[in-house]
Design a protein around this ligand. Structure first.
Ligand SMILES: Nc1ncnc2c1ncn2[C@@H]1O[C@H](COP(=O)(O)OP(=O)(O)OP(=O)(O)O)[C@@H](O)[C@H]1O
Ligand SMILES: [Mg+2]
Length: 435
Protein backbone atom coordinates (compact mmCIF):
# COMPACT_ATOMS: atom_id res chain seq x y z
CA UNK A 1 0.00 0.00 0.00
CA UNK A 2 2.97 2.34 -0.37
CA UNK A 3 1.29 4.08 -3.31
CA UNK A 4 -1.48 5.51 -1.16
CA UNK A 5 0.83 6.12 1.75
CA UNK A 6 3.15 8.21 -0.40
CA UNK A 7 0.15 10.33 -1.31
CA UNK A 8 -0.73 10.74 2.37
CA UNK A 9 -3.48 8.13 2.71
CA UNK A 10 -3.68 5.12 4.99
CA UNK A 11 -5.34 3.16 2.19
CA UNK A 12 -7.35 3.62 -1.00
CA UNK A 13 -9.91 6.40 -0.43
CA UNK A 14 -11.90 5.38 -3.53
CA UNK A 15 -12.77 1.87 -2.36
CA UNK A 16 -15.82 0.52 -4.15
CA UNK A 17 -16.99 -1.97 -1.53
CA UNK A 18 -20.26 -1.16 0.25
CA UNK A 19 -19.78 0.91 3.39
CA UNK A 20 -19.31 -1.15 6.55
CA UNK A 21 -21.79 -1.44 9.40
CA UNK A 22 -19.63 0.58 11.78
CA UNK A 23 -18.80 4.07 13.00
CA UNK A 24 -16.58 4.46 9.91
CA UNK A 25 -19.49 3.54 7.65
CA UNK A 26 -21.67 6.12 9.41
CA UNK A 27 -19.07 8.81 8.95
CA UNK A 28 -18.62 7.99 5.26
CA UNK A 29 -22.32 7.86 4.40
CA UNK A 30 -23.12 11.28 2.98
CA UNK A 31 -26.34 12.70 1.55
CA UNK A 32 -28.64 9.97 2.81
CA UNK A 33 -30.20 11.43 5.95
CA UNK A 34 -33.75 11.22 4.64
CA UNK A 35 -33.39 7.66 3.38
CA UNK A 36 -31.61 6.63 6.58
CA UNK A 37 -34.48 7.88 8.71
CA UNK A 38 -37.07 6.22 6.45
CA UNK A 39 -35.24 2.92 6.59
CA UNK A 40 -34.76 3.06 10.37
CA UNK A 41 -38.44 3.79 10.84
CA UNK A 42 -39.36 0.74 8.83
CA UNK A 43 -36.86 -1.49 10.59
CA UNK A 44 -37.83 -0.32 14.05
CA UNK A 45 -41.53 0.23 13.67
CA UNK A 46 -42.82 -1.90 10.84
CA UNK A 47 -43.78 -5.52 10.95
CA UNK A 48 -42.99 -6.26 7.33
CA UNK A 49 -39.56 -6.73 5.81
CA UNK A 50 -38.18 -3.74 3.98
CA UNK A 51 -37.69 -3.53 0.23
CA UNK A 52 -35.22 -1.15 -1.45
CA UNK A 53 -35.39 -0.57 -5.16
CA UNK A 54 -32.70 1.40 -6.96
CA UNK A 55 -30.15 1.30 -9.75
CA UNK A 56 -26.92 -0.68 -9.36
CA UNK A 57 -24.18 1.11 -7.52
CA UNK A 58 -26.48 3.78 -6.08
CA UNK A 59 -25.73 2.87 -2.46
CA UNK A 60 -28.46 0.47 -1.29
CA UNK A 61 -26.26 -2.06 0.52
CA UNK A 62 -24.27 0.72 2.17
CA UNK A 63 -27.43 2.39 3.40
CA UNK A 64 -28.70 -0.77 5.08
CA UNK A 65 -25.33 -1.51 6.66
CA UNK A 66 -25.18 1.94 8.20
CA UNK A 67 -28.85 1.89 9.24
CA UNK A 68 -28.30 -1.37 11.14
CA UNK A 69 -25.29 0.13 12.91
CA UNK A 70 -27.25 3.26 13.84
CA UNK A 71 -30.07 1.09 15.19
CA UNK A 72 -27.59 -0.78 17.42
CA UNK A 73 -26.09 2.49 18.62
CA UNK A 74 -29.51 3.84 19.52
CA UNK A 75 -29.97 0.86 21.80
CA UNK A 76 -26.51 1.26 23.36
CA UNK A 77 -27.23 4.94 23.99
CA UNK A 78 -30.47 3.85 25.69
CA UNK A 79 -32.61 5.76 23.19
CA UNK A 80 -34.72 2.69 22.51
CA UNK A 81 -35.36 -0.63 24.25
CA UNK A 82 -35.22 -2.44 20.90
CA UNK A 83 -31.93 -4.06 20.05
CA UNK A 84 -31.02 -4.50 16.39
CA UNK A 85 -27.82 -6.20 15.24
CA UNK A 86 -26.45 -6.54 11.71
CA UNK A 87 -25.65 -9.90 10.15
CA UNK A 88 -21.92 -10.07 9.32
CA UNK A 89 -22.43 -9.45 5.61
CA UNK A 90 -25.13 -9.07 2.96
CA UNK A 91 -26.50 -12.34 1.60
CA UNK A 92 -26.32 -12.62 -2.17
CA UNK A 93 -29.45 -14.09 -3.62
CA UNK A 94 -29.03 -17.37 -5.48
CA UNK A 95 -31.32 -19.59 -7.47
CA UNK A 96 -30.91 -22.63 -5.25
CA UNK A 97 -33.34 -21.92 -2.43
CA UNK A 98 -32.02 -24.52 -0.01
CA UNK A 99 -28.47 -23.29 -0.43
CA UNK A 100 -29.63 -19.74 0.13
CA UNK A 101 -31.59 -20.71 3.24
CA UNK A 102 -28.46 -22.36 4.59
CA UNK A 103 -26.46 -19.18 3.92
CA UNK A 104 -29.01 -17.25 5.96
CA UNK A 105 -28.91 -19.59 8.97
CA UNK A 106 -25.15 -19.73 8.85
CA UNK A 107 -24.94 -15.91 8.87
CA UNK A 108 -27.35 -15.72 11.80
CA UNK A 109 -25.23 -18.17 13.79
CA UNK A 110 -22.17 -16.04 13.09
CA UNK A 111 -24.01 -12.91 14.16
CA UNK A 112 -24.74 -14.53 17.53
CA UNK A 113 -21.05 -15.21 17.91
CA UNK A 114 -19.99 -11.71 16.81
CA UNK A 115 -22.48 -10.01 19.12
CA UNK A 116 -22.26 -12.19 22.18
CA UNK A 117 -21.01 -9.34 24.39
CA UNK A 118 -23.73 -6.86 23.40
CA UNK A 119 -26.43 -9.49 23.81
CA UNK A 120 -25.19 -10.37 27.26
CA UNK A 121 -24.96 -6.73 28.28
CA UNK A 122 -28.54 -6.31 27.09
CA UNK A 123 -29.59 -9.19 29.32
CA UNK A 124 -30.76 -11.20 26.36
CA UNK A 125 -30.84 -14.95 26.50
CA UNK A 126 -27.87 -16.07 24.43
CA UNK A 127 -26.68 -19.44 23.24
CA UNK A 128 -23.42 -20.69 24.68
CA UNK A 129 -20.44 -19.74 22.51
CA UNK A 130 -19.36 -23.34 22.60
CA UNK A 131 -22.64 -24.39 21.01
CA UNK A 132 -22.45 -21.83 18.24
CA UNK A 133 -18.87 -22.74 17.47
CA UNK A 134 -19.79 -26.40 17.44
CA UNK A 135 -22.42 -25.69 14.82
CA UNK A 136 -20.22 -23.47 12.71
CA UNK A 137 -17.42 -25.96 12.77
CA UNK A 138 -19.57 -29.02 12.25
CA UNK A 139 -18.61 -31.08 9.21
CA UNK A 140 -22.10 -30.68 7.74
CA UNK A 141 -22.04 -26.90 7.83
CA UNK A 142 -18.41 -26.24 7.01
CA UNK A 143 -18.04 -24.42 3.74
CA UNK A 144 -21.83 -24.43 3.69
CA UNK A 145 -21.58 -27.68 1.83
CA UNK A 146 -24.92 -28.82 3.12
CA UNK A 147 -26.31 -32.11 2.05
CA UNK A 148 -30.04 -32.09 2.44
CA UNK A 149 -30.36 -35.84 2.51
CA UNK A 150 -27.78 -35.88 5.25
CA UNK A 151 -27.04 -39.30 6.74
CA UNK A 152 -27.16 -37.60 10.13
CA UNK A 153 -30.95 -37.52 9.89
CA UNK A 154 -33.44 -34.82 10.85
CA UNK A 155 -32.81 -33.83 14.40
CA UNK A 156 -35.54 -31.59 15.72
CA UNK A 157 -32.93 -30.54 18.24
CA UNK A 158 -34.53 -27.35 19.42
CA UNK A 159 -32.46 -26.95 22.55
CA UNK A 160 -29.31 -24.91 22.34
CA UNK A 161 -27.45 -27.51 24.33
CA UNK A 162 -28.29 -30.29 21.94
CA UNK A 163 -25.45 -29.94 19.52
CA UNK A 164 -23.39 -32.85 20.62
CA UNK A 165 -23.64 -36.10 18.79
CA UNK A 166 -24.09 -36.60 15.11
CA UNK A 167 -27.84 -36.03 14.94
CA UNK A 168 -27.31 -32.57 16.43
CA UNK A 169 -25.43 -31.57 13.32
CA UNK A 170 -28.25 -32.23 10.92
CA UNK A 171 -29.63 -29.51 8.76
CA UNK A 172 -33.07 -29.59 10.36
CA UNK A 173 -31.56 -29.64 13.84
CA UNK A 174 -29.40 -26.65 13.02
CA UNK A 175 -32.34 -24.64 11.71
CA UNK A 176 -34.51 -25.48 14.69
CA UNK A 177 -31.70 -24.43 16.99
CA UNK A 178 -31.27 -21.10 15.23
CA UNK A 179 -35.01 -20.47 15.46
CA UNK A 180 -34.83 -21.07 19.19
CA UNK A 181 -31.83 -18.79 19.63
CA UNK A 182 -33.64 -16.00 17.78
CA UNK A 183 -36.88 -16.43 19.69
CA UNK A 184 -35.03 -16.45 23.00
CA UNK A 185 -32.84 -13.45 22.28
CA UNK A 186 -35.52 -11.35 20.57
CA UNK A 187 -38.99 -11.95 21.99
CA UNK A 188 -41.70 -10.19 19.96
CA UNK A 189 -41.16 -6.43 19.80
CA UNK A 190 -37.68 -6.38 21.33
CA UNK A 191 -35.65 -6.02 18.14
CA UNK A 192 -33.82 -8.53 16.00
CA UNK A 193 -31.03 -9.24 13.60
CA UNK A 194 -30.98 -7.12 10.45
CA UNK A 195 -30.05 -9.05 7.32
CA UNK A 196 -29.71 -7.91 3.73
CA UNK A 197 -31.00 -10.09 0.91
CA UNK A 198 -29.03 -8.45 -1.84
CA UNK A 199 -29.11 -8.11 -5.60
CA UNK A 200 -32.47 -9.67 -6.40
CA UNK A 201 -31.84 -8.62 -10.01
CA UNK A 202 -29.32 -11.47 -10.29
CA UNK A 203 -32.33 -13.74 -10.62
CA UNK A 204 -33.09 -12.04 -13.93
CA UNK A 205 -36.82 -12.62 -14.14
CA UNK A 206 -39.49 -11.48 -11.74
CA UNK A 207 -40.95 -14.97 -11.87
CA UNK A 208 -37.71 -16.54 -10.70
CA UNK A 209 -37.43 -13.98 -7.88
CA UNK A 210 -41.00 -14.52 -6.85
CA UNK A 211 -40.58 -18.28 -6.85
CA UNK A 212 -37.47 -18.09 -4.74
CA UNK A 213 -38.96 -15.66 -2.24
CA UNK A 214 -42.02 -17.83 -1.87
CA UNK A 215 -39.79 -20.79 -1.17
CA UNK A 216 -37.90 -18.90 1.51
CA UNK A 217 -40.98 -17.28 2.95
CA UNK A 218 -41.53 -19.72 5.79
CA UNK A 219 -37.96 -20.70 6.68
CA UNK A 220 -36.43 -17.22 6.28
CA UNK A 221 -38.95 -14.40 5.99
CA UNK A 222 -41.14 -15.70 8.80
CA UNK A 223 -38.32 -16.15 11.31
CA UNK A 224 -39.09 -14.46 14.61
CA UNK A 225 -36.32 -12.05 15.49
CA UNK A 226 -35.21 -11.33 11.91
CA UNK A 227 -35.68 -8.07 10.03
CA UNK A 228 -34.80 -8.55 6.38
CA UNK A 229 -34.04 -5.81 3.91
CA UNK A 230 -34.40 -6.91 0.30
CA UNK A 231 -32.47 -4.92 -2.31
CA UNK A 232 -32.91 -5.03 -6.06
CA UNK A 233 -32.34 -3.11 -9.25
CA UNK A 234 -34.09 -2.79 -12.60
CA UNK A 235 -37.55 -2.96 -11.08
CA UNK A 236 -37.31 -6.45 -9.66
CA UNK A 237 -37.71 -5.52 -6.00
CA UNK A 238 -40.69 -3.33 -6.81
CA UNK A 239 -42.25 -6.13 -8.80
CA UNK A 240 -41.68 -8.79 -6.15
CA UNK A 241 -43.09 -6.61 -3.39
CA UNK A 242 -46.32 -6.32 -5.35
CA UNK A 243 -46.91 -10.10 -5.43
CA UNK A 244 -50.10 -10.94 -3.54
CA UNK A 245 -48.51 -13.89 -1.74
CA UNK A 246 -45.60 -11.76 -0.60
CA UNK A 247 -47.06 -8.35 0.02
CA UNK A 248 -48.16 -9.36 3.48
CA UNK A 249 -44.54 -9.94 4.46
CA UNK A 250 -42.85 -7.22 2.41
CA UNK A 251 -43.18 -3.45 2.72
CA UNK A 252 -43.87 -1.12 -0.18
CA UNK A 253 -40.46 -0.45 -1.67
CA UNK A 254 -38.39 2.58 -0.77
CA UNK A 255 -37.01 4.00 -4.00
CA UNK A 256 -33.32 4.82 -3.70
CA UNK A 257 -32.31 7.45 -6.23
CA UNK A 258 -28.73 8.62 -6.80
CA UNK A 259 -27.10 10.79 -4.15
CA UNK A 260 -27.97 14.37 -5.17
CA UNK A 261 -25.22 16.37 -6.92
CA UNK A 262 -25.05 18.91 -4.12
CA UNK A 263 -23.70 16.26 -1.71
CA UNK A 264 -21.00 14.91 -3.98
CA UNK A 265 -18.16 17.30 -3.05
CA UNK A 266 -18.75 16.62 0.63
CA UNK A 267 -19.03 12.88 -0.01
CA UNK A 268 -15.55 12.82 -1.54
CA UNK A 269 -14.00 15.30 0.87
CA UNK A 270 -15.26 13.18 3.76
CA UNK A 271 -13.55 10.14 2.26
CA UNK A 272 -10.32 11.99 1.58
CA UNK A 273 -10.26 13.30 5.14
CA UNK A 274 -11.15 9.93 6.60
CA UNK A 275 -8.39 8.06 4.79
CA UNK A 276 -5.75 10.75 5.06
CA UNK A 277 -2.86 10.19 7.47
CA UNK A 278 -1.05 13.48 6.85
CA UNK A 279 -2.28 17.06 6.86
CA UNK A 280 -1.05 17.52 3.30
CA UNK A 281 -2.35 14.64 1.29
CA UNK A 282 -2.37 14.71 -2.51
CA UNK A 283 -5.70 13.47 -3.82
CA UNK A 284 -5.57 12.10 -7.37
CA UNK A 285 -9.28 12.87 -7.78
CA UNK A 286 -10.47 15.94 -5.92
CA UNK A 287 -14.07 16.81 -5.14
CA UNK A 288 -14.39 18.94 -8.29
CA UNK A 289 -12.99 16.19 -10.50
CA UNK A 290 -15.27 13.65 -8.89
CA UNK A 291 -18.29 15.80 -9.70
CA UNK A 292 -17.27 15.56 -13.34
CA UNK A 293 -16.91 11.79 -13.37
CA UNK A 294 -20.16 11.40 -11.42
CA UNK A 295 -21.89 13.19 -14.27
CA UNK A 296 -20.17 11.07 -16.94
CA UNK A 297 -21.05 7.87 -15.06
CA UNK A 298 -24.67 8.96 -14.87
CA UNK A 299 -24.58 9.34 -11.09
CA UNK A 300 -23.47 5.80 -10.44
CA UNK A 301 -21.36 6.06 -7.30
CA UNK A 302 -19.65 2.72 -7.66
CA UNK A 303 -18.60 3.35 -11.27
CA UNK A 304 -17.42 6.86 -10.40
CA UNK A 305 -15.29 5.53 -7.54
CA UNK A 306 -13.96 2.78 -9.77
CA UNK A 307 -12.88 5.32 -12.38
CA UNK A 308 -11.24 7.47 -9.71
CA UNK A 309 -9.37 4.44 -8.44
CA UNK A 310 -8.22 3.30 -11.89
CA UNK A 311 -7.00 6.75 -12.82
CA UNK A 312 -5.04 6.93 -9.57
CA UNK A 313 -3.41 3.58 -10.13
CA UNK A 314 -2.68 4.20 -13.80
CA UNK A 315 -0.13 6.79 -12.65
CA UNK A 316 2.94 6.71 -10.43
CA UNK A 317 2.65 8.44 -7.07
CA UNK A 318 5.44 10.79 -8.22
CA UNK A 319 3.07 12.11 -10.88
CA UNK A 320 0.59 13.30 -8.26
CA UNK A 321 3.34 14.61 -6.00
CA UNK A 322 4.94 16.71 -8.71
CA UNK A 323 1.87 18.29 -10.36
CA UNK A 324 -0.41 21.12 -9.36
CA UNK A 325 -4.05 20.47 -8.52
CA UNK A 326 -5.23 21.90 -11.82
CA UNK A 327 -2.74 19.82 -13.80
CA UNK A 328 -4.01 16.69 -12.07
CA UNK A 329 -7.62 17.67 -12.71
CA UNK A 330 -6.83 18.20 -16.38
CA UNK A 331 -5.07 14.84 -16.59
CA UNK A 332 -8.14 13.17 -15.09
CA UNK A 333 -10.44 14.69 -17.69
CA UNK A 334 -8.10 13.53 -20.46
CA UNK A 335 -7.96 10.07 -18.89
CA UNK A 336 -11.76 9.74 -18.91
CA UNK A 337 -11.93 11.05 -22.45
CA UNK A 338 -9.44 8.51 -23.68
CA UNK A 339 -11.24 5.69 -21.87
CA UNK A 340 -14.52 6.81 -23.45
CA UNK A 341 -12.95 7.02 -26.89
CA UNK A 342 -11.39 3.58 -26.51
CA UNK A 343 -14.77 2.03 -25.72
CA UNK A 344 -16.46 4.00 -28.45
CA UNK A 345 -13.97 2.79 -31.03
CA UNK A 346 -14.27 -0.85 -30.00
CA UNK A 347 -18.06 -0.93 -30.27
CA UNK A 348 -18.82 -1.40 -33.95
CA UNK A 349 -22.43 -0.33 -33.93
CA UNK A 350 -24.83 -0.07 -36.83
CA UNK A 351 -26.42 3.38 -37.09
CA UNK A 352 -29.82 2.10 -35.88
CA UNK A 353 -28.27 0.47 -32.83
CA UNK A 354 -26.21 3.55 -32.08
CA UNK A 355 -29.36 5.64 -32.27
CA UNK A 356 -31.05 3.33 -29.78
CA UNK A 357 -28.18 3.88 -27.32
CA UNK A 358 -28.47 7.64 -27.75
CA UNK A 359 -32.26 7.58 -27.41
CA UNK A 360 -32.03 5.36 -24.36
CA UNK A 361 -29.54 7.78 -22.76
CA UNK A 362 -31.96 10.63 -23.44
CA UNK A 363 -34.75 8.49 -21.95
CA UNK A 364 -32.81 8.30 -18.66
CA UNK A 365 -30.74 5.19 -19.36
CA UNK A 366 -33.33 2.58 -18.60
CA UNK A 367 -36.47 1.26 -20.23
CA UNK A 368 -38.68 -1.76 -20.52
CA UNK A 369 -38.99 -3.99 -23.62
CA UNK A 370 -42.59 -2.82 -23.91
CA UNK A 371 -41.40 0.76 -24.56
CA UNK A 372 -40.37 -0.23 -28.13
CA UNK A 373 -42.67 2.33 -29.80
CA UNK A 374 -41.05 5.18 -27.86
CA UNK A 375 -37.79 4.28 -29.59
CA UNK A 376 -39.35 4.13 -33.05
CA UNK A 377 -39.58 0.33 -33.34
CA UNK A 378 -42.68 -1.41 -34.69
CA UNK A 379 -42.49 -4.29 -32.27
CA UNK A 380 -40.52 -5.78 -29.38
CA UNK A 381 -38.60 -8.14 -31.63
CA UNK A 382 -37.01 -5.31 -33.60
CA UNK A 383 -35.98 -3.48 -30.50
CA UNK A 384 -34.72 -6.71 -28.98
CA UNK A 385 -32.39 -7.29 -31.94
CA UNK A 386 -30.74 -3.94 -31.31
CA UNK A 387 -30.64 -4.44 -27.55
CA UNK A 388 -28.85 -7.76 -28.10
CA UNK A 389 -26.27 -5.94 -30.22
CA UNK A 390 -25.70 -3.36 -27.46
CA UNK A 391 -25.41 -6.18 -24.96
CA UNK A 392 -22.82 -7.88 -27.12
CA UNK A 393 -20.53 -4.89 -26.57
CA UNK A 394 -21.48 -4.61 -22.91
CA UNK A 395 -23.17 -1.23 -23.40
CA UNK A 396 -26.48 -2.23 -21.87
CA UNK A 397 -27.49 -4.91 -19.47
CA UNK A 398 -30.88 -6.46 -19.77
CA UNK A 399 -32.73 -9.01 -17.75
CA UNK A 400 -34.13 -12.01 -19.53
CA UNK A 401 -37.32 -11.14 -21.30
CA UNK A 402 -40.07 -11.28 -18.81
CA UNK A 403 -43.81 -10.93 -19.19
CA UNK A 404 -43.63 -8.34 -16.44
CA UNK A 405 -44.52 -5.10 -18.20
CA UNK A 406 -43.76 -2.92 -15.20
CA UNK A 407 -40.10 -3.70 -15.14
CA UNK A 408 -37.60 -1.40 -16.71
CA UNK A 409 -35.26 -4.23 -17.32
CA UNK A 410 -32.90 -2.70 -19.88
CA UNK A 411 -30.21 -0.41 -18.51
CA UNK A 412 -27.13 1.35 -19.87
CA UNK A 413 -23.92 0.05 -18.29
CA UNK A 414 -20.87 1.94 -17.12
CA UNK A 415 -19.22 1.27 -20.49
CA UNK A 416 -22.40 2.37 -22.28
CA UNK A 417 -22.33 5.72 -20.48
CA UNK A 418 -18.70 6.21 -21.49
CA UNK A 419 -19.55 5.53 -25.13
CA UNK A 420 -22.45 7.95 -24.84
CA UNK A 421 -20.10 10.52 -23.34
CA UNK A 422 -17.61 10.10 -26.19
CA UNK A 423 -20.36 10.59 -28.75
CA UNK A 424 -22.11 13.45 -27.02
CA UNK A 425 -18.82 15.32 -26.65
CA UNK A 426 -17.85 14.66 -30.25
CA UNK A 427 -14.68 12.93 -29.11
CA UNK A 428 -12.99 10.61 -31.53
CA UNK A 429 -9.77 8.68 -31.50
CA UNK A 430 -7.56 10.93 -33.66
CA UNK A 431 -8.11 14.01 -31.45
CA UNK A 432 -6.69 12.23 -28.41
CA UNK A 433 -2.92 12.21 -28.46
CA UNK A 434 -1.30 8.86 -27.97
CA UNK A 435 -4.17 6.72 -29.19
N1 LIG B 1 -24.17 7.80 0.78
C1 LIG B 1 -22.94 7.41 0.46
N2 LIG B 1 -21.87 8.14 0.83
C2 LIG B 1 -20.63 7.73 0.48
N3 LIG B 1 -20.35 6.64 -0.22
C3 LIG B 1 -21.38 5.88 -0.60
C4 LIG B 1 -22.72 6.22 -0.28
N4 LIG B 1 -23.52 5.28 -0.79
C5 LIG B 1 -22.73 4.40 -1.40
N5 LIG B 1 -21.44 4.74 -1.30
C6 LIG B 1 -20.35 4.04 -1.95
O1 LIG B 1 -20.77 3.78 -3.29
C7 LIG B 1 -20.45 2.47 -3.71
C8 LIG B 1 -21.69 1.70 -4.09
O2 LIG B 1 -22.49 1.48 -2.96
P1 LIG B 1 -23.31 0.13 -2.69
O3 LIG B 1 -22.47 -1.05 -2.94
O4 LIG B 1 -23.94 0.28 -1.37
O5 LIG B 1 -24.42 0.26 -3.85
P2 LIG B 1 -25.60 -0.74 -4.23
O6 LIG B 1 -26.77 0.11 -4.59
O7 LIG B 1 -25.79 -1.72 -3.16
O8 LIG B 1 -25.05 -1.44 -5.53
P3 LIG B 1 -25.53 -2.84 -6.20
O9 LIG B 1 -26.89 -2.60 -6.74
O10 LIG B 1 -24.56 -3.05 -7.30
O11 LIG B 1 -25.48 -3.87 -5.15
C9 LIG B 1 -19.66 1.87 -2.55
O12 LIG B 1 -18.30 2.09 -2.78
C10 LIG B 1 -20.07 2.69 -1.34
O13 LIG B 1 -19.03 2.75 -0.42
MG1 LIG C 1 -25.54 -3.79 -3.19
Amino acid sequence: MSFWFELGFGSNPYVVKPLPSSADGRELLVGRDVELRALLRRIEEGDTHVVLEGPNGVGKTSLVAVAAWVATERFLEKKTPQLYLALPEPLQIKEDASEFISDCYFAIARAFLDNEEILKRADRKVPRTKDIKAWLESPVLKGRGFNLSSPFGGGGMAGSAAVNGSSGFSNAGFRATIRTWLRDAFPEGTGGMVGVIDNLELLETSNAARRLLEEIRDPVLQLTGMRWVLCGARGIARSVAATPRLNGVLSDPIEITPVADEYIPNLIDTRLRHYSVRPTSNAPVSAASFEHVYEVAHKNLRDSLRHAQSFSQDNESSFFLSRSESEIAEAFIKWIESLAVKHEASAKLQPRTRKLLEDLAAFGGTCSPSDFDQFGFNDRAHMRKNVVELERYGLVISSKDDDDQRRRSIEITSKGWLVHYARSQGLSAPTIPGL
